[in-house]
Design a protein around this ligand. Structure first.
Ligand code: FAD
Length: 397
């Protein structure tokens, strides 16, 4: 038996023994454990699973052990990921820091930054939010205006940040924000941008939740008034923020393209649709629905296989910036198609927002259907992904 085969057996045995049965059910948003200074668990199993994975460094299996990671090789990390998916194990911790900022810090952060930020992420103690979008800088992100002026005074060297961010997911719960700021307003748009880390408790940071039509929202608007950020919180070099943001977005898009692999809630198309469309003989007589269901299944199967291929490339440290846009686009659009189909299959039963007239599954499908549309915008809209694919992958003029 090769070393990797032995590793696979050990991992499978460990997961079987240590992942409680309740942590192998599909995740729902209310049961996600977000790493945070205000860490909360709603069950003993959740806590156990979190602590066991944390203690092995498996929140980020391939990060160096020195910074709290698992120190696994890319192939071992892939085995762990595959075994977790096979056994239906939930992600033990959700954290934008681990998915997006972490890989960038591992690559370009200073030793001090890694100790200050990666280690708490690996203990599940820091919640991160993303400060990229501004009211006039969404798809055209490079137009961002939040300024960071470098000063040296009796307290040392720092940036004084002024401006604001919008659509910041869970900004009100964030301990820290990774943000893009303009450090040089005279330079070309992309060249004057830097990437900094802002402690959300800093004086001058104001966070206002944005209420949506549903009455709830995880979106916030964040305002900065003379916020002091020590220069040691600059990631990479000054003016290098655009290149780092592109790296980070690649990780964001890769994370979003994994949504059906256990990362976020998603419904099984067949299981959810069949009760509404089969006749007494268990047949789907509506040929159009049958055809659509078959397409959704084939697309999902093809996506899963392509996703595995791209993951292997990423683990082998090959450039996947183009594929990550393709995967993000395809995955999020496929999710929309799947939920459109479920809505069609369920008819009025799929349109319940709340109340006892609908089953829990029906209510969840309706919300997931509406939510699926937002993922085609978050992390760069589908149209923007098409532009990136046209330019970078197809090299169109
Ligand atoms: C669920 C969700 C979570 C989010 N979380 C965060 C977060 O945590 N932090 C953060 O910084 N941002 C976040 N965002 C914001 C997100 O990044 C922006 O909404 C997105 O980049 C689009 O920007 P915009 O909303 O300003 O739309 P606009 O850029 O104004 O675009 C409007 C429409 O025009 C289209 N369009 C724009 N430019 C082009 C073009 N060149 N070619 C073709 N079509 C174009 C777009 O596709 C879109 O349909 C989140 C968004 C969502 C939906």
């Amino acid at each position: 038996m090769t070393e990797l085969e032995t590793f696979k057996q050990e991992v499978a045995a460990w997961l079987q023994e240590n992942c409680p049965a309740s942590m192998r059910r599909p995740i729902v948003s209310e049961e996600m454990v977000w790493g945070s200074s205000k860490l909360e668990f709603i069950s003993e199993d959740q806590k156990l699973w979190f602590e066991r994975m944390r203690d092995r460094g498996w929140f980020a299996p391939s990060w160096p052990k020195e910074y709290g990671g698992g120190g696994l090789s890319p192939k071992e990390a892939r085995i762990l990921e595959t075994e977790m998916a096979r056994l239906g194990c939930r992600q033990p911790q959700y954290n934008l820091g681990v998915w997006m900022l972490g890989p960038v810090l591992v690559e370009v952060g200073t030793h001090e930054q890694k100790l200050e930020h990666l280690v708490p992420m690996m203990r599940g103690k820091q919640r991160w939010c993303q400060g990229f979008s501004e009211p006039n800088a969404g798809s055209d992100l490079a137009s961002l205006k939040t300024s960071a002026k470098r000063v040296t005074d009796e307290q040392g060297e720092a940036y004084i940040v002024n401006g604001g961010k919008i659509w910041t997911s869970d900004g009100d719960k964030g301990d820290w924000m990774y943000a893009l700021v303009r450090t040089d307003s005279g330079a070309k748009k992309q060249e004057g941008i830097s990437f900094i880390l802002i402690d959300m408790k800093s004086p001058g940071v104001t966070v206002k939740p944005i209420e949506l039509i549903s009455g709830k929202s995880s979106f916030c608007q964040v305002f900065f008034d003379d916020v002091r950020v020590p220069v040691r919180q600059l990631v990479g070099k000054e003016g290098e923020g655009w290149a780092l943001a592109k790296k980070l977005l690649q990780h964001e898009r890769a994370a979003m393209s994994k949504f059906t692999e256990g990362g976020a809630p998603s419904h099984d198309a067949v299981k959810s649709a069949l009760p509404y469309i089969v006749d007494e003989q268990g047949q789907v007589n509506d040929a159009v629905l049958r055809d659509k269901l078959a397409s959704v299944l084939m697309d999902s199967q093809a996506f899963g296989l392509t996703h595995r291929r791209v993951t292997e490339k990423a683990l082998a440290r090959q450039d996947v910036s183009g594929p990550s846009s393709i995967m993000k686009l395809v995955q999020t659009e496929q999710e929309v198609s799947k939920y459109e189909l479920l809505e069609q299959a369920m008819g009025l039963r799929g349109l319940g927002w709340e109340g006892d007239d609908f089953s829990a599954d029906e209510l969840e499908v309706c919300r997931a259907w509406l939510r699926s549309k937002s993922y085609t915008i978050a992390g760069g809209s589908s149209e923007v992904q098409l532009n990136i694919i046209a330019k970078r992958v197809l090299e169109l003029p």
